[in-house]
Design a protein around this ligand. Structure first.
Ligand code: CUA
Length: 360
């Protein structure tokens, strides 16, 4: 044994840090240094908080990162000190074992005390940030907007109980006002996450859970289910649109009014087809056929910007792609079964697209 320890030479150390290792290490440092810039431009970065809850969570992450970096540097430094201090040297008798010691109360108690201190430094802010993410601060409480978010495989329903609005996959909120999101699930566990605003919060079947957030400025934010929930978990996206007070009022008024339904042309043919082909069994379109709850509410679908839980921009082509072959875009989704025996022709799909786009 002594031999294998003492034969650990500087040469071995050098071979450990081969050119490849150094290259990888260099790349890592480059990614780390430039990373912040790259990550802040991404839609789902947590390094670019746009509201107080996300900012608090980022602060906590950075604190934890620095504490862990300190531990890593200290441990690696101690390791290198020992490797170099006790290395093999020419002319040194390797059978000579350095003085062995056992039990050093001062070092042991100091290490325990330091570990406890570091844990407290992380634990206290973790606790306060967790509590903060649940409770709307008193200064925002009077003006808070209540939303209930339901997770489905694999899409989102957003209900505004005070406003009497139901929408899907796109959550519209007023900028500068706190939003309390009561998260629920209709099937399996999902997790509500808008990286630039707040998250993540598990949506658990038969259990209430909630979070709050606030968007400092108007803007568009990307959301994503953050809990594996089946084969199309990765396709369970949503958008949050923060609007200024006037735009939000306009949006609310329009969505409280009955939806527009087509009275002529291709869109009217699409409406008839929508009823004839049984789409109404799953989808609610209040003015046409209310009641469907298995799929997203489509009452004001035409005013949305995305399709299929925000995986595609809502263009005629993408809408047609989705209706033609939903399985290829979102494997395992319920609509695949719904349309498989409907024998939709390309002309039918065109009619349905016209109808859906007209639902403003
Ligand atoms: Cu829902 Cu992952």
């Amino acid at each position: 044994m002594p031999n294998s320890v003492s034969s650990f030479s500087l040469r071995m150390l050098r071979s450990y840090f081969s050119k490849t290792t150094l290259l990888l290490l260099g790349l890592f440092v480059c990614f780390y240094l430039t990373g912040c810039e790259v990550f802040t431009n991404a839609n789902q970065t947590t390094f670019d908080p746009k509201g107080p809850v996300a900012a608090e969570q980022q602060k906590l992450f950075m604190l934890t990162l620095w504490v862990c970096t300190f531990i890593m540097v200290a441990v690696v430094a101690a390791l290198f000190y020992v490797i170099i201090r006790y290395r093999h040297r020419p002319g040194k008798n390797d059978d000579e074992i350095p003085v062995q010691s056992h039990g050093n109360p001062l070092i042991e108690i100091s290490l325990i005390a330091l570990s406890v201190l570091l844990l407290i430094i992380i634990a206290v802010p973790t606790y306060t940030a967790t509590v903060f993410s649940y409770n709307v601060p008193p200064e925002y409480e009077a003006d808070v907007l209540e939303v209930t978010a339901f997770g489905y495989q694999w899409w989102w329903s957003f209900e505004y109980p005070e406003l009497g609005i139901v929408t899907a996959n796109e959550l519209v909120i007023p900028a500068g006002r706190a939003v309390r999101v009561n998260v629920r699930s209709r099937d399996v566990v999902h997790s509500f996450w808008v990286p630039k605003l707040a998250g993540k919060r598990d949506m658990i079947p038969n259990r209430n859970n909630d979070l709050w957030f606030l968007a400092d400025e108007p803007g568009e934010f990307h959301g994503q289910c953050a809990e594996f929930c089946g084969e199309s978990h990765a396709n369970m996206l949503f958008r949050v649109f923060a609007k200024d007070a006037a735009d939000f009022e306009t949006w609310v008024k329009r969505h409280q009014e009955p939806g527009k339904t087509p009275e002529q042309g291709l869109a009217l043919e699409g409406k008839n087809l929508f009823q004839a082909k049984g789409c109404v069994q799953c989808h609610n379109v209040t003015e046409v056929a209310p009641g469907g709850i298995l799929g997203p509410d489509l009452t004001h679908f035409g005013s949305r910007t995305t399709v299929a839980a925000a995986i595609l921009p809502k263009t005629d082509e993408n809408l047609a792609r989705w209706i033609r072959d939903p399985e290829s875009l979102k494997p395992g989704n319920l609509m695949t079964d719904g349309i498989k025996d409907q024998n939709l022709t390309e002309a039918d799909i065109e009619r349905l697209v016209a109808f859906l786009q007209s639902l403003k």
